[in-house]
Structures are given as C-alpha cells and as structure tokens.
Design a protein around this ligand. Structure first.
Ligand code: IPE
Ligand code: IPE
Ligand code: MG
Length: 247
C-alpha cells in the first residue's frame, strides 16, 4: 500500500519545512561537479511541491540557500543564483496551473538584482493562487531573522509604540519573516545530517523532526508521504502526559 493511501486526511500538517541537503554528495557519486547535483535537485522540488499540493499541505518551506552558503566558492554561488532565476522562469506557469502561491523568507535584498526581480515577478503572477503556498528560504538564517526582529521591536519600543511588557510569543511571531504562516508541525532534513543549520529556530520549537539518509536529488513525493505517515504516528504531547491526551 502506498504511503499516500495510508495518510489520515484530517491530520495532514498545515506546514512542512524541508532542509534540502545532499546535492553535492549526490553529484560526487557519479563523478560530477556539485552544480550537477543542484540541477537535479530541481526534479525533487517539482515532485515534492506537487505531492504537498495533492494532500492539502498549506505551506511548504524549502531551505534553498542559507546565509552561511554565501561562503561557498563563487562559482557555486553564481551557479545556484543562475539556477534559481532559470527555475523560476521555467516553472511559474506550471505553478500557476497548480494553484501554487509563492513567498520568500530571508535577507532578500542581499540577493543579486536579477534574482530579486524574478522572484517579485513570480510572486506577483502567483498572487491569486489559493492552493499550496511555496515558501523559499533564500539568504536565510534563523539568527539573522531573530536579530532583525529584535532590532525592529526595539525601534518600536523606543518610539513608545510597544511596551516591553507587551513582548510575548505572539508579538515575536508577528516580527518574524513567517508572520503570515503557522509554525511547521514537521521538519524534514535529507542527506543523513542531523542538524538544523540555522533554520527556523524560533518556529520549530515544537516541530517533529524527521531525518532521512536520502540525498535531495533522489527525494520524491512518496518520500514526503512516508515522512508525513511517520509524523501521523507520533504522539505530540506539548509537555502534557500521554494520559492527559487520551482523556
Ligand atoms: C544542499 O546540498 C543545497 C544547498 C545547500 C544549496 P549541498 O550543496 O549542501 O550538498 P552536500 O551537503 O554538500 O552534499
Ligand atoms: C543547509 O545545508 C542549507 C540549505 C539546505 C540551503 P548546508 O549543506 O549548507 O548545511 P551544513 O553546512 O551541512 O550544516
Ligand atoms: Mg549540505
């Protein structure tokens, strides 16, 4: 039986976040350059976006480029930025047909101008979609996001618009890049690495974590369904006891 058919339809996570990792290692397996792995990662993105839409996930956040990734060799960074522009150009029509909306989180102003323009064009074009929201984390890191939030809150306090005593979880949520979306119930990382790499630290406070050895270019929607199946079989206690949840 396929994992998709085993899913409980009223317990699909609203928000799934994925750390797409392992492109370089995937390319190395066949003696290719790292960039070859990034290019093949696009097939995985296509499949996972389609799969998430099919089962009614509302938000799918993909970690595509971290603040730390700027430290990679210039050739690789340039190739990734070029690939991003190409993929957005090529895929936006298909995303529109699939009723997918696009959002971005991260330090977007640090991206090359042509990438920023292509993103803005695609976001605008997909703005009336009502299905899955695809969120791309670009030039993103959680410590950057939280620091920016603290700066903006401090400015509001200085202006007398926020009282320090008003600062609570909800207010913090509103100052995050993810203010319009629920926290991810499920975080998936491919490639066997068991770390968070500066991704959504605030938002994953109570997320279920799922690590798979599969390298990103090999990942497909059936793998996503398997992760969600695993998620649905976990007991999320939020600090309570099992017994409290039953009664
Ligand atoms: C993930 O794959 C893609 C990005 C971080 C942009 P990697 O490029 O990190 O591949 P590995 O982890 O080196 O195999
Ligand atoms: C995390 O992967 C960032 C993205 C997937 C975009 P990395 O490959 O950059 O993370 P580390 O360096 O192994 O922690
Ligand atoms: Mg990696």
């Amino acid at each position: 039986m396929l994992f998709k058919d085993k899913l409980i339809s009223d317990r699909i996570p609203k928000h799934v976040a994925i750390i797409m990792d392992g492109n370089g290692r995937w390319a190395a397996q066949s003696g290719n350059e790292r960039t070859f792995g990034h290019e093949h990662g696009v097939e995985a993105v296509r499949s996972v976006v389609a799969g998430a839409g099919e089962i009614g996930v509302q938000y799918l956040t993909l970690y595509a480029f971290s603040t730390e990734n700027w430290s990679r060799p210039k050739d690789e960074v340039d190739a990734l930025m070029g690939l991003l522009v190409q993929v957005i150009s090529d895929e936006t029509d298909e995303l529109q047909k699939s009723n997918v909306r696009l959002r971005v989180i991260g330090d977007i102003k640090s991206l090359p101008q042509n990438v920023q323009e292509k993103l803005a064009w695609s976001i605008e074009k997909l703005n009336s979609s009502t299905g899955l929201t695809l969120v791309l984390a670009l030039s993103y890191s959680s410590k950057w996001e939280i620091t920016e939030a603290v700066k903006r809150i401090a400015e509001q306090v200085k202006l007398g618009k926020i009282e320090p005593s008003e600062i609570d979880n909800e207010l913090m949520d509103r100052f995050m890049n993810t203010s319009e979306m629920p926290d991810p119930e499920l975080l998936i990382r491919t490639s066997g690495e068991c770390r968070i790499s500066n991704f959504l630290l605030w938002q994953i406070a109570y997320s279920e974590l799922y690590f798979t050895p599969k390298l990103w270019p090999d990942y497909r929607k059936e793998d996503l369904f398997e992760a969600i199946y695993d998620f649905q079989n976990r007991e999320r206690r939020f600090g309570k006891t099992s017994q409290q949840l039953v009664s």
